[in-house]
Design a protein around this ligand. Structure first.
Ligand code: TEU
Ligand code: CA
Length: 541
């Protein structure tokens, strides 16, 4: 059984700083822009903000290529801005979670600049160098994972872009350096850490082992012991893998991380494709139900779950799990389905106002290093996909879908800045999908999200939603996503029609409606025909 933690009842909101709000009108989002929107976030029901890396970086991968882990990237602002952000968060009883990228650095990091100078350089074995590649491997971003460096005529390894050389976690100096980076930020009052691709720390290159190598968990335990384990903070690891991996990382018994992001429900069809997400296939909502219920059952009193449908690497949830023909209905079904399950709700910027994927006209309109690398590999170099096929995959799965500037208002540049051309195209639908208009519209997706988090925190039901037991309901009806949450105070039933067509469910008792995305429609004891994406929460006891 888990001991109670301060963050168990908190809602976490992910911010991609480059896209959130451009305060100084230079076309790039910034920390002052985040500070200007803290009241908006507090009003939404957000407790912790996770900001993706804002450290010094050449921005090849928008901050996931770190040049200095203890310096703030001047394009986002200054350390004074971060200190002000921490103060402003504290005033609102909100907290900051940072994003630690431990698998690799930027090729502009001083360590790599030293490492590549000579084979006997003291920093040489901070990275992974070989005379010749032991095998061929394509990086996550489409080029070879081995790049020849002319200075010493050896190859270095990189899981991602060639500008992101992988660190050698067999070298104890790397562990010590990251322990000090982490303490630097925790001493400033940071209360959470998201660990980027934490599963890659166990790689054993010469055995062609990349994620989940035999030394992974001892390394994570050591890093915890040497740094974040000394602080009462919340930790979450990005860990692409299976259910058992989630348990290995976040079980109360193993005591490594508090929780992990698994991507089975967002990416299961891609994992079965030869070219991953670049040959996307439609998902089946019954599969999604089975996957999410599998994690609920398996982690129930073993480990703490994450509840998310979007992040800065995925496409928008309404495009993936909903239906643009039932935009509001499916846009309100999604948070009802996700955020009353057991675990910590994670919300990605723009999800709460129903932002959706952007259809670019040409590959040149995309910015993402993963899109351009994969386009070069699959279209230009190897003619595996046509340009049209690739553009369609980008519309469905491209990371830039979730990186277009946040749509604040039906104003110039969507109210994101005053006038400067944004670094990435704004979705033209900001005229009718924007925070300002939705705040004023009682039936908006934004106001529905506020109700979801307000209900989850309502003192009459909070203990049930946070700690209550989970149990599937109406499993025989493959069109509904339904479950109960129960403790000695309440028996709460959540029902979602996952489809755009009606389906029937039988309610054995009347119950009290706590939330309903078709407010005018009656729900009663006996048979109920659910309308497209109709979703509700009902108190049965
Ligand atoms: O993502 C790791 C990762 O595997 C995803 O980028 C995945 O390759 C794909 O994009 C999912 O659709 C993390 C960060 O979240 C990502 O933004 C970084 O680009 C990457 O690591 C390298 O740091
Ligand atoms: Ca700016």
């Amino acid at each position: 059984m888990q001991e109670k933690k301060w963050w168990h009842d908190k809602v976490i909101y992910e911010i991609y700083p480059k896209s959130f709000k451009d305060d100084n009108n230079d076309g790039i989002g910034d920390i002052k822009g985040i500070i200007s929107k803290l009241d908006y976030l507090k009003d939404l029901g957000v407790d912790i903000i996770w900001i993706t890396p804002f450290f010094l970086s050449p921005m090849v991968d928008n901050g996931y290529d770190v040049e200095d882990y203890t310096k703030v990237n001047p394009i986002f602002g200054t350390m004074d801005d971060v200190d002000l952000l921490l103060d402003e968060l504290k005033k609102r009883e909100m907290y900051l979670m940072i994003d630690i990228v431990a698998n690799h650095t930027s090729d502009k990091h001083p360590w790599f600049i030293e490492s590549r100078k000579s084979k006997d350089n003291p920093y040489r074995d901070f990275y992974i160098w070989r005379e010749t590649p032991p095998y061929e491997r394509t990086s996550c971003f489409g080029d070879s994972a081995w790049t020849l460096d002319p200075l010493t005529n050896e190859y270095y390894y990189h899981e991602f872009a060639k500008e992101q050389p992988d660190l050698n976690w067999e070298n104890p100096k790397v562990m010590d350096a990251f322990s000090s980076f982490i303490e630097f930020w925790l001493k400033k009052g940071v209360k959470g850490i998201r660990f980027d691709v934490i599963h890659f720390l166990g790689k054993e290159i010469d055995k062609d082992i990349h994620g989940y190598g035999p030394t992974l968990h001892e390394k994570v335990k050591e890093l915890k012991h040497k740094s974040f384990g000394k602080y009462d903070i919340v930790t979450v690891g990005e860990a692409w893998g299976e259910l058992q991996n989630a348990i290995d990382f976040s079980s109360y018994e193993n005591d490594e991380l508090d929780m992990v992001f698994q991507f089975e429900h967002t990416s299961y069809t891609n994992d079965r494709n030869k070219h991953g997400k670049w040959t996307p296939r439609p998902i089946n909502m019954k599969d999604i139900r089975d996957i999410l219920f599998k994690y609920q059952r398996a982690l129930n009193d073993v480990a703490w779950n994450t509840l998310f449908v979007e992040n800065h690497d995925l496409g928008r949830a309404i495009n993936r799990f909903g239906d643009l023909n039932y935009y509001r209905e499916s846009g309100t079904m999604i948070p009802t389905m996700m955020y009353f399950l057991k675990g910590t709700p994670y919300l990605y910027q723009g999800q709460e106002i129903g932002m959706i994927n952007i259809r670019m006209n040409d590959i040149s309109e995309y910015e993402d290093v993963e899109i351009h690398g994969s386009f070069k590999n699959l279209v230009l170099d190897n003619h595996i996909l046509t340009r049209h096929q690739f553009m369609e995959a980008c519309y469905q799965e491209g990371r830039d879908n979730n990186r277009t500037p946040f749509q604040w208002a039906n104003k110039r540049n969507a109210g994101w800045n005053r006038s400067h051309k944004p670094w990435l195209k704004i979705n033209e639908n900001y005229h009718y999908i924007n925070a300002e208009d939705e705040i004023k519209d009682p039936s908006s997706i934004l106001n529905y999200y506020k109700k979801v988090f307000a209900l989850r925190k309502d003192e009459r039901y909070a203990s049930t939603f946070v700690y209550g037991s989970f149990k599937e309901a109406y499993l025989e009806n493959e069109n509904v996503f339904s479950f109960t949450r129960e403790d000695d105070k309440n028996l709460l039933l959540i029902v979602c029609n996952m489809h755009p067509y009606p389906t029937d469910i039988y309610l054995s008792s009347q119950g009290e409606i706590l939330l309903h995305n078709y407010e005018e429609k009656e729900i009663h004891e006996g048979n109920n025909t659910l309308l497209p994406y109709e979703s509700f929460v009902i108190k049965l006891r």
